[in-house]
Design a protein around this ligand. Structure first.
Ligand code: ADP
Ligand code: MG
Length: 399
């Protein structure tokens, strides 16, 4: 049995017309003799009646505090509504389909609400459905604990659902349908000259996703890579070939872009903190920060202080923690991180120098930097995002 996972994002299921296009993609797979397992996100983006942010706003209006458990229970509804809608539409077209919540699809997670981790997948329900030639339509982004609590897998988690199911069902490929033609050399909303990358390695895409390119979730890339299943990013609204994410061999790499940089990614809503905390402090602040599940990034440690960035969402929690520890701190809001990514960068000298030169020419202040074998990141003020991404894209020959 050839199983294909087809995941459709929020904009793909947003309107009556777009849902028709989704149905066409599913029927196309079916007509090729394949067995699609459909994964869907909540319908539409902020403002749409059943979108994730709308559900959150609705409950926030009560003025009460939403616990993490209730947050997950509430948000899981968005994807369930979407799954039921798509399964009903498929059946109407003469293709028997069945909607599943994440838990019903067998996705068992730990109990870390809002960003749960997979424990195992019980594939029986989906396998039975496929054997009966019924198309399963699974609500993305969610799972269930062994005690029956509903959990979610973190924002962008429907991609993760698709990859988890692909691995568990030994799918031939995992198709991620979205509103762009594939993975591009930069976010096309920011850089008009961004180009489609036809083939790219799991590692490079992981770095892009991890650096903020929201076209795919990094955990989805990791699950697909570990299972060795090709991930294909496609546009629901076109017939473009899209981007294949595969384990590139030397020969295939020859066909990918020649530049040492493959792409430029950005992550917004960064806040830079400088805290007075000596290296040999008794408090072990960084451990406390980690225990509070606050993810830190771009860290530099000096004898008397530490400088790092966090997501704006975590700022209240971090400030509360620092105050509780009587630690002096300063912060700078409205920052963003721009990262250049490229496997060919490894061992090539002068990449950082080139970035600094480009930013200097644009008269842009670099607040912090970090580098790895295949990435170089700069923290800048958010107002400089568009010129910086475009200048780097141009300077590294991606335009
Ligand atoms: P979906 O709802 O389908 O999951 P997302 O909004 O999560 O869609 O992801 C698609 C968006 O990702 C695109 O509309 C695009 O603006 C953004 N994006 C960011 N970086 C890239 C990139 N390098 N290539 C393509 N799209 C990107
Ligand atoms: Mg997404």
């Amino acid at each position: 049995m050839t199983i294909v996972i087809q995941k459709f994002g929020g904009t793909s299921v947003a309107t009556e017309e777009s849902r028709e296009q989704v149905i066409d993609k599913i029927i196309e797979a079916k007509q090729k003799g394949e067995n699609p397992v459909v994964v869907v996100s909540a319908i539409g983006r902020k403002g749409s009646p059943y979108a994730t942010d709308t559900l959150l706003d609705f409950v926030h209006k009560t003025g009460g505090n939403l616990s993490d458990r209730e947050y997950d229970l509430l948000l899981s509804c968005g994807e369930i509504i979407s799954a039921v809608t798509m399964a009903t539409l498929l059946a109407k077209k003469g293709y028997p389909a069945k909607a599943f919540s994440g838990g019903q699809a067998g996705i068992i997670t730990d109990d870390y609400h809002k960003s749960a981790d997979l424990v195992c997948v019980k594939t029986e329900n989906l396998t039975k459905c496929l054997q009966e030639q019924i198309i399963p339509v699974v609500a993305g982004f969610q799972g269930i604990t062994t005690t029956g609590e509903v959990t979610t897998l973190g924002r962008g988690g429907s991609d993760t659902t698709a990859a988890i199911l692909g691995a568990a069902l030994h799918a031939e490929r995992i198709e991620i349908y979205t509103d762009v033609d594939g993975i591009m050399t930069a976010d096309p909303r920011i850089c008009q000259k961004a180009k489609i990358i036809p083939e790219i390695s799991y590692n490079e895409v992981f770095q892009m996703a991890d650096s903020g390119a929201k076209v795919i979730h990094p955990r989805a890339v990791e699950y697909a890579r570990r299972a060795g299943i090709p991930l294909i990013i496609k546009n629901t609204f076109s017939h473009c070939y899209g981007t294949s994410i595969i384990q590139l061999t030397g020969q295939l790499q020859e066909t990918s872009p020649k530049s040492i940089i493959t792409s430029v990614a950005n992550r917004n809503n960064r806040v830079q903190f400088t805290i007075e905390d000596p290296i040999l402090s008794e408090k072990d602040l960084l451990e406390q920060v980690a225990d509070a599940h606050i993810s830190i990034d771009l860290i530099n440690i000096f004898p008397t202080h530490k400088v790092f960035t966090i997501d704006k969402e975590d700022q209240p929690a971090l400030e509360a923690l620092l105050k509780a520890n009587d630690t002096a701190y300063e912060f700078l809001t409205n920052c963003c991180k721009v990262t250049v990514i490229g496997e060919r960068m490894t061992g090539v000298p002068g990449v950082m120098a080139k970035i600094v030169k480009v930013l200097l020419k644009e008269k842009i202040e670099i607040l912090q930097t970090a580098d790895s074998l295949t990435t170089i990141a700069c923290l800048i003020k958010e107002e400089h995002l568009i010129p910086v991404v475009n200048a780097l894209h141009e300077a590294f020959g991606l335009s």
